[in-house]
Design a protein around this ligand. Structure first.
Ligand code: NAG
Ligand code: NAG
Ligand code: NAG
Ligand code: NAG
Ligand code: NAG
Ligand code: NAG
Length: 314
């Protein structure tokens, strides 16, 4: 179904190459995105809009029109100044291991510019273009007992998972401490264990794409830093219960002891403060007057000798 187009030398020697070429064309490769963009050709003496035509070829193939039939995007005679191959359906762009060369020209009626040919690229290979892998997406962190559980999705979906795959690294650090790196992991769910409870940890996740056809790997961008506080683990909880109990008990003991010593030390003072002028209790006075009365037994019954001291205070 691929449609052949005129070859390079034919275009270069075409007498109708009268328009200026599109300027500053560039290919953007970010995650799975493949976008060719350029600057518009401005003609002062034309009322009709300039349109653009994009063609592509693989390693040793002929040139093909970038149209719905061939690659699934309409980039023939378009007024827009970009061609987004990612929007192509169903292929969603060129296969990532294909060696692709793109070219572009401006057209106006029967007139057209010379072709501008881009350097070839192979998405998985750095090629002559820079390809950027973004950070993992939808990062969710659940603080656990002395741990953090991190879940995320890949930067993009890999079409052919038999030759290329992602692995992940977590950069993490306790706030104010040095950074640690854990990885590589194949899973999209990572658990950081053995963290200190009740501490704030910050982390960044990073993807790395491995293409094992030629041992190529691309290190992705770090995700934004986010911080989380760990929770208590079971042993810490027990420790805390014990600590709080022991603490409260000791505090009470100390308070009681302090009171006791204060009372002992300042007994005289306390006596002085609470003292009513010394007087012989009425009953004793009566007893002294008449020692035959059985008052002493009655007094002995409801007060110990020690209490007598305090009785005199009260
Ligand atoms: C390309 O164009 C040149 C000159 O117009 C012609 O001689 C040649 O046969 C063409 N090649 C192909 C593959 O069409
Ligand atoms: C614009 O004008 C120039 C001469 O001023 C002429 O050479 C050129 O062909 C014109 N372009 C169009 C698109 O009419
Ligand atoms: C990709 O194709 C171009 C020709 O279109 C060639 O020069 C280049 O070496 C190829 N790259 C690889 C890695 O095969
Ligand atoms: C491609 O898009 C242009 C306008 O952007 C439109 O004029 C043209 O008919 C479209 N071609 C196809 C084959 O859909
Ligand atoms: C490439 O990776 C896939 C998936 O991990 C594995 O099944 C396959 O054997 C690997 N191929 C080579 C050539 O290493
Ligand atoms: C990361 O941070 C930058 C700047 O603070 C912000 O623009 C961007 O949207 C953030 N990315 C995510 C995935 O939250």
């Amino acid at each position: 179904t691929y449609q052949e187009w005129r070859n390079d030398s034919a275009a270069i020697h075409d007498p109708l190459s009268q328009l200026p070429t599109p300027q500053h064309p560039k290919i953007r490769l970010y995650n799975a995105e493949q976008v060719l963009s350029w600057e518009p050709v401005a003609l002062s003496n034309s009322t009709r809009p300039v349109v653009y035509r994009v063609q592509f070829k693989y390693t040793d193939s002929k040139w093909f029109m970038a149209d719905i039939m061939s690659i699934g995007v309409n980039c023939t005679q378009i007024t827009a100044t970009e061609c987004d191959f990612t929007a192509a359906s169903p292929s969603a762009g060129f296969p990532m291991d294909f060696n692709v060369t793109l070219r572009l020209r401006a057209e106006l009626g029967a007139l057209h510019s010379a072709w501008v040919t881009m350097p070839w690229f192979q998405h998985y290979r750095n090629g002559k273009r820079t390809w950027t892998v973004g950070p993992p997406k939808n990062i969710e962190v659940t603080p656990g007992e002395g741990s953090l559980i991190i879940r995320f999705s890949s930067p993009f979906d890999i079409a052919d998972t038999s030759t290329a795959f992602f692995c992940y690294y977590v950069h993490y650090w306790e706030k104010g401490r040095t950074q640690q790196v854990k990885g590589p992991f194949r899973s999209n769910s990572i658990s950081l264990d053995n963290l200190k409870p009740f501490r704030v940890y910050c982390l960044q996740v990073q993807a790395q794409l491995l293409w094992n056809k030629s041992n190529i790997f691309r290190v992705g961008h770090l995700s934004n830093t986010s911080c989380y506080e760990t929770m208590a683990d079971a042993s810490t909880e027990l420790q805390q219960v014990i600590l709080i109990s022991v603490g409260t008990f000791s505090l009470l003991l100390v308070l009681a002891g302090a009171c006791f010593f204060l009372v002992l030390k300042y007994r005289g003072l306390i006596k002085y403060w609470f003292h009513t002028p010394p007087s012989i209790p009425l009953q004793i006075e009566e007893y002294l007057k008449d020692p035959t009365q059985p008052i002493l037994e009655a007094l002995d019954k409801d007060s110990s000798p020690k209490d007598d001291v305090w009785d005199s205070v009260s």
